[in-house]
Design a protein around this ligand. Structure first.
Ligand code: SF4
Ligand code: SF4
Length: 182
């Protein structure tokens, strides 16, 4: 049995401003170094969880963080038009998918995904944000309300069924009587 409760959840957000991105690729370098084995032992942008798109867009640099792995490519096709410029359907996609090599570990082919640099101890800001000196990447944390399912323990389940059967008032009276008897 379960119920629901509203709780606050911390949401981490990396904001991307392509107009400030110079294409320096420091974000790719630090991301790959921090995920290398040993940590910071090597750099390889092909192993980074962030990739600065340039060729597909031709006129701007766009940093994209690796998202979820998907086992199948999209069944449909679409294009995006911004300021009269048409972009291909994969230009802004974060997925590690079978139709392209992006966001795959070059040696093993395993999917790469941005983990927001979650580490112990927690970093004040993700590393790509710290290394972006042009402020194309900025970081913020905000709180959002989420509805969570709460599992009730056995005693609560029993109490809930008694309340359903006899009503809360009767149950409270019964408990008060038992307490007075010691
Ligand atoms: S570090 Fe910043 S400016 Fe440099 S490529 Fe990455 S997002 Fe762009
Ligand atoms: S947040 Fe961390 S893991 Fe994600 S792209 Fe930036 S450096 Fe890489």
């Amino acid at each position: 049995m379960s119920g629901e409760q509203i709780t606050k959840k911390k949401v981490k957000v990396i904001k991307i401003d392509p107009s400030k991105c110079t294409g320096c690729r420091s974000c790719e370098l630090i991301c790959s170094a921090s995920h290398a084995t040993p940590k910071y032992g090597s750099t390889n942008p092909a192993k980074a969880r962030i990739r600065v798109m340039f060729k597909p867009l031709e006129n701007i640099y766009l940093p994209v963080m690796a998202g979820e792995y998907t086992p199948a490519e999209c069944p449909g096709r679409y294009s995006i038009i911004i300021d009269g410029q048409e972009y291909g359907e994969c230009a802004f996609c974060r997925a590690s998918c079978p139709s392209r090599d992006l966001f795959k570990e070059p040696d093993s082919g395993l999917p790469l995904k941005c983990d927001l640099c979650e580490s112990d101890p927690t970093l004040e800001k993700p590393l790509c944000v710290q290394w972006c000196y042009h402020e194309a990447l900025t970081y913020e944390e905000r709180e959002e309300e989420v509805t969570e399912e709460v599992k009730l323990d056995q005693m609560e389940v029993a109490l809930e069924s008694l309340v359903d059967r006899y009503g809360l008032e009767k149950i409270v009276e019964g408990i008060a009587r038992m307490a007075s008897k010691g």
